[in-house]
Design a protein around this ligand. Structure first.
Ligand SMILES: C[S@@+](CC[C@H](N)C(=O)[O-])C[C@H]1O[C@@H](n2cnc3c(N)ncnc32)[C@H](O)[C@@H]1O
Length: 218
């Protein structure tokens, strides 16, 4: 099921510009990121964690959501481009409808989505947040931290900044954004095949009060 953003006109101008850019990319098919393949870093996490509730931020056409559902997760996805959410809904149509929802909404405004679950065991962002500038990034990070369950994992894939681009998050910036209350368990650098930039996978965690990761769920 797709839930539509009621009030997209309230988005700040930079968000509106980004939404317009992504809308045009989906309309013209210039979406090289939409490979239909779930990255191995995510598959590895799915091998490790017991199924629970997951949230995919900037879910695009729902490829990762489909793999999560196949592994028994309940999953919500958010993207602010209607065409992307519509394709995601089509891709997920064969999965039980009670296990997934797609929201057409801005990831920097999670508190305005009361339909979201209170907490998620796994939050994923593959190439969405790293395009957000300062204040929007802070709103986004607050939303992620609030929604990540104790013992939960946040998998983030973010390009690092380059002089010729306004996009990208440095490892220091990621640390300032999320830590605390999260902590970076590991970071792995590689090359972003589309942007030609260095990009990093981060595994961030919210520890339980006892300092452990929650690896078993009722
Ligand atoms: C590079 S694409 C990656 C899509 C998907 N994660 C994947 O790997 O196929 C980034 C996605 O984030 C979405 N996006 C960017 N900024 C957003 C925002 N502020 N709120 C919601 N979605 C956003 C775009 O529409 C786009 O689908």
């Amino acid at each position: 099921m797709i839930w539509r953003d009621k009030d997209s006109l309230n988005s700040p101008k930079d968000t509106a510009d980004r939404r317009q850019m992504f809308t045009a990319r989906y309309a013209t098919g210039e979406t090289p990121w939409d490979s239909g393949i779930t990255p191995p870093e995510i598959k590895q996490i799915l091998d490790e964690l017991p199924a629970g509730a997951a949230l995919d931020l900037g879910c695009g056409t729902g490829t990762v959501m489909r793999d999560l559902l196949a592994r028994g997760w309940r999953v919500d996805g958010i993207d602010f481009v209607p065409a992307a959410t519509e394709r995601a809904a089509q891709k997920l149509a064969d999965s039980p409808p009670e296990n997934w929802r797609v929201f057409c909404h801005d990831v920097t405004r999670l508190p305005e989505l009361p339909e979201l679950r209170e907490r998620y065991h796994l939050i994923i962002d593959i190439g969405c947040g790293h395009g957000l500038p300062g204040e929007a990034a802070a709103d986004y990070a607050r939303g992620v931290s609030e929604r990540l369950a104790e013992g939960g994992v946040f998998m983030l894939y973010a390009a690092q900044p380059r002089p010729e681009s306004t996009m990208g998050w440095s490892p220091d910036f990621v640390e300032r954004l999320f830590c605390p209350p999260l902590r970076i368990a590991w970071r792995q650098d590689g090359e972003h095949s589309i942007l030609g930039a260095i990009a990093s996978w981060y595994r961030l965690e919210r520890l339980t009060n006892g300092g452990a990761l929650m690896l078993a769920r009722a």
